[in-house]
Ligand binder design. Structure first.
Ligand code: FAD
Ligand code: FES
Length: 282
């Protein structure tokens, strides 16, 4: 059992949990993820380690309530309660060597998982440019946390309520216009955003790393559920990734595979909503 020692609601749908897990906090590296089971009847869900603190012995998860499990966790996961299982760290850590200038792009929820990579590059002596994007100012989080580790920070909002009006791809274009010596771009967010970032950097052949989020089941390379095509080869995101070269990823296939379980997920959500309604009525 892993106690939830802090919680912050970042918006109506996004919440942060800080979980006590000293062993994991010591072992975690940027780019890695965990598989979480909140209770015995729950579903195993993969979540990126958004922060880790070896001294406090905690890891931080930032979760968007999109379906049955993440909405249920939004209700149940309060401070003082515990998660039944938190397995990890999983996946290959991000390589930070030899990068002198890096742009870390986070779109929406992707802002959280890109943070440990930004911090690792800054601590390694790189010049760091952060590009973070939200639909509007009310949904923005971690501006100050990013500012501490960024030489330049570009904030983008769709409606222009904070920073520049536009998408993170506009922020990335601004950074590329200003700097002609970028060694690497790291982009984390929805697949379409990562695809567009990779397309933006392709003409200048800037190394572009993306973090893929296919459906995962066991997280150990055994089930094949997380297979993705990269450079024409089949890879398992859980053990070969989740970071890959964005110029080689077949994003269309990833997007189609993510839609495969739409109707099952809707049914699970409907069943759970009905149970909640009956409990509230009763
Ligand atoms: C490596 C990795 C890291 C991730 N990190 C985060 C994170 O830090 N924060 C966060 O909020 N979400 C993260 N996700 C996505 C998260 O796992 C899904 O949102 C969650 O499993 C949805 O479960 P649900 O029951 O609430 O929704 P459902 O209704 O079951 O699904 C909603 C959508 O979530 C995705 N999804 C569903 N089940 C899985 C699964 N087993 N594995 C992966 N995706 C799934 C699908 O796109 C689906 O359409 C990550 C996924 C991966 C693979
Ligand atoms: S989740 Fe099963 S092989 Fe990756």
């Amino acid at each position: 059992m892993y106690e939830i020692v802090a919680r912050q609601d970042l918006s109506e749908t996004t919440y942060l949990l800080e979980v006590a897990h000293p062993q994991l906090a010591r072992a975690a590296r940027p780019g890695q993820f965990v598989i979480v089971l909140s209770h015995e009847q729950g579903e195993r869900i993969p979540l990126t380690i958004a922060d880790f603190d070896g001294e406090r012995g905690t890891v931080t998860l930032v979760i968007q309530a999109v379906g049955k499990s993440t909405k249920e966790m939004q209700q149940l996961c309060q401070v003082g309660r515990s998660l039944l299982a938190v397995v990890g760290p999983m996946g290959l850590p991000t390589a930070v060597n030899d990068v002198r200038k890096v742009v870390c792009v986070g779109g929406g929820l992707g802002v959280a998982p890109v943070f440990p990579q930004l911090r690792a590059h800054k601590n390694n002596g790189a010049y760091t440019i952060g590009v973070i994007g939200f639909r509007n100012r009310d949904l923005m989080f971690w501006k100050d946390k990013f500012a501490r580790y960024c030489d330049d920070l570009i904030i983008c909002t769709n409606d222009g309520s904070e920073g520049i009006a536009g998408l993170v791809t506009d922020g990335l274009a601004a950074a590329m216009k200003e700097h002609d010596d970028i060694d690497e771009v790291i982009a984390i967010g929805p697949p379409i955003m990562m695809k567009l970032c990779a397309e933006a950097t392709r003409p200048r052949s800037i190394k572009t790393t993306v973090s893929l989020n296919p459906i995962m089941v066991d997280g150990t390379g055994m089930c094949g559920g997380c297979r993705v095509s990269v450079g024409g080869e089949m890879k398992f995101a859980c053990v070969d990734g989740p970071d890959f070269d964005g110029h080689d990823v077949n994003f269309e296939e990833l997007i189609n595979r993510l839609r495969r379980f739409d109707s099952d997920e809707r049914e699970a959500m409907d069943r759970w909503s009905e149970q909640c309604r009956l409990m509230n009525d009763g």
